[in-house]
Design a protein around this ligand. Structure first.
Ligand SMILES: Nc1ncnc2c1ncn2[C@@H]1O[C@H](COP(=O)(O)OP(=O)(O)OP(=O)(O)O)[C@@H](O)[C@H]1O
Ligand SMILES: [Mg+2]
Length: 337
């Protein structure tokens, strides 16, 4: 069914201006840091020990995941970005630190918690097929002492920032207390807060600048059951009413996104992908581009149009990929508006 919401008008010239400002933005990404590990191999036999395949490992690769992937997306799009979160005192934590150092100046926003492992998701893949995924994580809330260090760190960085992105996977970092302090301080400095939310924490985010749930998260966050078929307008109105954010931006996969502004305006932006190869990580691209565009003084609808374009590019790339600013710029190069 076609969405009856209006599509916002855009000016390519304005969008290009925002893109040119991306390099001046200063964004802090706070959230659960994850390392994605991929083990590539081949299978020639079944194990004599149990009815499972034996994987002969050929290679291994790593990618930053969770909040660390949002960080990488913003860096690739040309923003000035720093990362804040927790790692364990282990090899995989060091791997995340190394990746961060390769992308930007080292900052002291990544704290080591000796009592927990670095979150790692391992996928074993043979002949282009995932055989198993295993996760190492400890989801208990981080200690009060680490929570305080993070709140203090963000407080010290705020005067320098245009935006904070909260990438919440509910793996022990983001708490109601932390959100309260961050919002209170961010308001003083006029720093934007954009949240990629987790349903069970939805009420933490009341009053932030924007949240970007996908359809299912929005539906459950608004109090409906995942099995209920609820019109997007109803979901958006309930969430907006509950949270009073400048914008609730619901990403809807191949249907693009719907926007519900605090001022009562609602919009629909159709998806733009020409070919779709891999939709993983598209949500991270959306929140990253929104943070950059809003920091560059774009309106909510202009920022969402850019984010939708960036997501359209990323789903056309193989593997959890990141979009570059020239790639995004290219989209508007041939337009004459
Ligand atoms: N199949 C698709 N065709 C076109 N565009 C898509 C498709 N899937 C995703 N997108 C684009 O990516 C955006 C975000 O996708 P989606 O709603 O799936 O987010 P998500 O569920 O949060 O993703 P993630 O798995 O990264 O968390 C959409 O709003 C749309 O612009
Ligand atoms: Mg998502």
């Amino acid at each position: 069914m076609k969405s009856p919401l209006p599509v916002p008008a855009i000016s390519s010239r304005k969008l290009k201006t925002y893109l040119s400002r991306f390099s001046h933005t200063k964004i802090l990404v706070l959230g659960d840091l994850i390392l994605d590990q991929y083990i590539w191999g081949t299978v020639n036999r079944v194990s004599p020990e149990a009815p499972v395949p034996v994987v002969h490992v050929n290679s291994e690769s790593y990618r930053m995941g969770g909040a660390a992937n949002v960080y990488q997306n913003i860096a690739t799009l040309g923003g000035q970005v720093e990362l804040c979160g927790v790692i364990g005192d282990d090899l995989y934590g060091k791997q995340i630190l190394n990746e961060v150092r390769n992308l930007s100046k080292p900052r002291s926003g990544i704290f080591v918690d000796k009592s927990r492992p670095t979150i790692k998701k391992t996928r074993v893949i043979a002949h282009n097929q995932q055989i198993v995924r295993y996760d190492v994580e400890q989801r208990d809330q981080v200690s009060t002492s680490i929570e305080r260090k993070i709140i203090r760190h963000i407080g010290s960085r705020l005067p320098d920032l245009s935006c904070i992105v909260i990438s919440d996977y509910a793996k022990g970092l983001i708490s109601e207390e932390m959100m309260y302090h961050i919002q209170k301080q961010a308001t003083i400095y006029g720093v934007l807060i954009i949240v990629d939310p987790k349903v069970e924490h939805m009420h933490y985010y009341a009053g932030v600048t924007a949240i970007t749930p996908n359809y299912l998260e929005a539906k459950q966050g608004a109090g409906f059951l995942s099995t209920q078929n609820i019109p997007i307008q109803q979901i958006g109105s309930v969430l907006q009413e509950d949270l009073q954010c400048q914008a609730v931006i619901v990403t809807r996969g191949e249907e693009g996104m719907s926007i519900f502004e605090q001022n009562g305006c609602s919009w629909a932006i159709p998806a733009v992908a020409r070919q779709v190869y891999d939709v993983t990580g598209a949500g991270d691209t959306v929140v990253s581009t929104l943070a950059l565009a809003l920091s560059a003084k774009a309106s909510i609808t202009d920022a969402a149009v850019l984010a939708n374009q960036a997501a359209g590019i990323v789903v056309g790339m193989v593997g959890t990929a990141t979009v570059t600013r020239p790639q995004l710029q290219q989209v508007f190069t041939h337009d004459i508006s």
